[in-house]
Design a protein. Structure first.
Length: 119
């Protein structure tokens, strides 16, 4: 399976979601529904974030070695698949952060240039 690293992705939406989900999982292992709720707390609208998308994203991240999962049987209610970040996932968000800072720097320069040109 081909591994994915942020340097090859640019800033597509799923790349930002990868980083956000991995950062949440770095804080604590959890399941998909709670991940969506936490993303909502970060300001990512659940209107544009269907639960199915997060589960597909988590499966993709697991296939690429960024997370692992394990079924957790509840005493009441359905079983839940709990996701945990791997060392590769931790490396991914560190690389992503560095790339994001560089892109943010460039965007700030471009914004400033455009603002000056509009005056």
């Amino acid at each position: 399976m081909k591994r994915k690293f942020c340097s090859g992705f640019g800033f597509r939406a799923n790349n930002v979601l990868y980083a956000a989900v991995l950062a949440l999982l770095k804080k604590k292992s959890t399941y998909g529904y709670e991940i969506v709720e936490e993303l909502s707390n970060l300001g990512i609208s659940t209107q544009y974030l269907p639960y199915g998308l997060i589960y597909r994203l988590l499966r993709d991240m697991e296939a690429n070695g960024l997370v692992t999962s394990q079924w957790h049987n509840e005493e009441t209610g359905p079983s839940k698949r709990i996701y945990k970040i791997t060392s590769e996932g931790k490396k991914y968000i560190a690389d992503w952060l560095e790339s994001a800072k560089e892109n943010l720097n460039l965007m700030e320069k471009i914004i400033h240039y455009i603002e000056k040109s509009l005056n």
